[in-house]
Design a protein around this ligand. Structure first.
Ligand code: FAD
Ligand code: EPU
Length: 354
């Protein structure tokens, strides 16, 4: 048992992880500690590491799948605070990592600071947003990022990464690579132009006139569309899109398009083409398909849900079956977006869903 008397919010040994992730699976962790400042984070990380216990950093658990109980210490980001300043052209927000993302979007809107409205209703905390470069309705975190503050856990050294240094890509960043293991994100800096330009190129947002639309209208439309398509994790546990949308080369795309002329496709600047994984899964007739207690969501085939008392392995086996059917029908490989957590830490989702 770890001795951390400083933490009044320290929770019980082998505590349920069910409320700490949005799949709401019946998994447990040896210990769960909520931290509200960097000192608590560093102390807890160093104590666990000295005791040879694995450590897992967590925000709101909306992009993770626990395949097993976690035999280690889970550190939950509860660092709060938003600071604001401005110059002639921009508003700047310095947001602590544990701040809820959707609440931040609403706060910015209420302050007349626009540019986050397309990213409304994305679960999770601000400190997790850079990790997979959250994106929706034509906007990505990269578009609003100024910098990311990190701490190196073994030394306690702070540093600030510019937006360029974060190497953002589609559902990707340096935080999934070089900065994956020993760094924690503690805050993010956002830079939002005072001259707001609405982003209206995705789906039903195109109905609005750029000259007259308000950020509030965009916010409401995004919330309405999302609520109609995506299951509420409190009703059916899920982690949003389970797979990334696959990006394929132009020649392969043309072959698929010849066979499926109506295939949704999004040409990329480098000549590759992004496909809609939800459409591919849907075309395999998999909406509602169930393995154990896990199912493909009936409205959005890209979302796998905890339908009835699923285990982590039910979700893994469902993901495997979905991948196989898409491979068989289209010869396209799907790759999980969700991060898989095993007994001792992250495990390679590629290896267990093939
Ligand atoms: P967590 O799931 O807690 O953590 C994610 C990863 O980051 C884990 O590997 C974790 O170990 C690591 N991590 C956590 N905190 C830190 C830290 N401080 N430092 C370093 N590493 C850390 N995503 C989109 O991009 N667009 C969407 O439209 C979208 N819609 C969603 C809809 C639903 C219903 C759900 C459930 C999810 C959706 N997601 C979407 C996925 C998810 O919301 C995002 O990935 C979000 O940023 C995850 O935040 P989190 O705080 O829950 O992260
Ligand atoms: N589609 C189907 N059947 C389905 C689902 C989708 O035919 O069951 C078709 C749609 O009709 C549309 C296309 O596939 O033509 C794309 O669907 P949608 O607009 O719903 O978006 P998506 O590609 O499924 C992506 C992101 C979401 C993000 C939305 C909106 C990924 C992996 N997912 O979903 O992000 O909210 O666009 O921008 O990029 C997440 O990452 O967790 C997530 C929810």
């Amino acid at each position: 048992m770890l001795k951390c008397p400083k933490f009044s919010n320290r929770l019980n040994i082998m505590q349920s992880l069910t409320p700490f992730h949005t799949f709401h699976l019946p998994t447990k962790a040896s210990e769960i500690i909520e931290y509200t400042n960097v000192e608590q984070l560093l102390t807890a990380w160093q104590t666990a590491t000295n005791a040879n216990q694995p450590v897992l950093l967590l925000g709101q658990g909306s992009n993770v799948l626990f395949t097993d109980d976690f035999h280690g210490v889970v550190l939950v980001n509860k660092m709060q605070g938003i600071e604001q300043h401005e110059d002639a052209d921009f508003y700047y927000l310095h947001v602590q990592g544990g701040q809820n993302w959707h609440e931040l979007v609403k706060t910015a809107l209420s302050l007349g600071i626009y540019g986050l409205e397309n990213l409304a209703l994305i679960p999770g905390v601000a400190g997790s947003a850079p990790i997979q470069n959250i994106g929706a309705y034509g906007v990505e975190f990269a578009n609003v990022c100024d910098f990311v503050d990190v701490v190196h856990l073994p030394t306690g050294e702070h540093s600030q990464l510019s937006k360029e240094a974060c190497r953002f890509g589609y559902r990707d960043s340096i935080f999934k690579h070089e900065y994956k293991d020993e760094y924690a994100i503690i805050a993010v800096g956002l830079k939002l132009p005072k001259a707001w330009a609405p982003v209206l190129n995705y789906g039903s947002l195109a109905q609005f006139e750029p000259e007259t639309v308000t950020a509030q209208q965009v916010f409401e439309e995004v919330c309405a569309v999302r609520s109609s398509k995506l299951p509420n994790p409190d009703e059916f546990g899920n982690a949003g899109s389970f797979f990334k949308n696959p990006v394929i080369d132009a020649v392969t795309f043309q072959q698929i398009q010849t066979a499926y002329p109506h295939i949704p496709n999004y040409p990329q600047a480098d000549g590759t083409v992004k496909l809609a994984a939800g459409w591919l899964i849907d075309q395999c007739g998999l909406k509602g398909f169930q393995v154990g207690g896990a199912a493909v969501h009936a409205q959005q085939a890209l979302v796998l849900i905890n339908k009835e008392n699923a285990t982590g392995m039910d979700i893994v086996n469902l993901a495997k079956a979905v991948r196989q059917q898409v491979r068989d029908k289209f010869d396209v490989e799907l790759h999980p977006e969700v991060r898989f957590m095993g007994k001792n830490g992250e495990i390679d989702s590629e290896l267990i869903t093939r």
